[in-house]
Design a protein around this ligand. Sequence first.
Ligand SMILES: C[S@@+](CC[C@H](N)C(=O)[O-])C[C@H]1O[C@@H](n2cnc3c(N)ncnc32)[C@H](O)[C@@H]1O
Length: 320
Amino acid sequence: MGARFGKDIPERDGHGGREVGHVPVLLKEAIDFLDIKRNGTYIDATVGLGGHSYAIARRLGAAGHLIGFDKDPAALEIARTKLAVGPSSLVVGEAGADWPTVELRHGSFADLANDQRPTTIDGLLADLGMSSLQLQDAARGFSFQAEGALDMRMNPQAELTAEQVVNHFDERELADVIYEFGDERRSRRIARAIVRSRPIRTTVQLAEVIAAAARPMNQAERRIHPATKTFQALRIFVNRELDDLRALLNAAPQVVKPGGRLVIISFHSLEDRIVKDAFREGVKQGHYRLLVKKPVTPEEEEIDRNPRSRSAKLRVAERV
Ligand SMILES: C[S@@+](CC[C@H](N)C(=O)[O-])C[C@H]1O[C@@H](n2cnc3c(N)ncnc32)[C@H](O)[C@@H]1O
């Protein structure tokens, strides 16, 4: 089926590297492991800019169904345009008639736990973390390299912002967040410097406070900016990323059909540990069989083409 679609649909899913701005990570591996069944129902839990979703949709056929989640309405808008391929579409010509139903939902994939339709899903993909859209938009505050407000919310309707954590948490709470979600051993020193420098309003201001407080002590620390781990911690905490991931993994055995695949791409060890443990527990409970023992990582060629992929780890389990 891939070959037929390959002729009809312009290459926009990254295999040819022709997409500008956003390149889906481990695309071929994710699609191969999902083992997409024509006419099936699939969930893309993290639609982002729709790169993986597009590659799934083009393999589903008109009777297929793709359900996509994202917390970020700006990403969903872009994905909606990209995935709006119907019978009348000029972009794909005749292939539009073979396009599945695409349903995009604004919200967390953790909401799957409340889903009313158990065991109807043929496969689920989650490509965790933030999108290039989020990272590159300075105003959203994800990057310490560009001046922006301390926001960091993936969902702009969520209440908690990084600014509130940075300026209103007490020193101990702040140190705990930085330690727990950033794996940052200098968390206490950084928290103390932040509290002394309040109010802190921008990303660059925060990065400078951290850099002054936590000078690199060895070669390994010199390789990354001193603010990297604190920014990661704030982002994970503000977006409840680990809680949401646990909720998704809890719900997955109830929603994925026997034979269906669960493919998770993570970008740091906190996430990967949660996925690894949930899959192991799932095997013990008789829910899953593991399709790879060790996580799949990108080839060097992918890392060269897309440096963001360098820390990606893909794990896959099959519902039994
Ligand atoms: C790495 S990007 C996904 C990129 C996507 N696979 C693509 O090819 O364009 C991760 C996306 O997941 C979203 N996200 C992160 N956590 C989420 C959650 N708990 N629920 C829904 N969306 C989430 C982010 O807003 C972001 O748009």
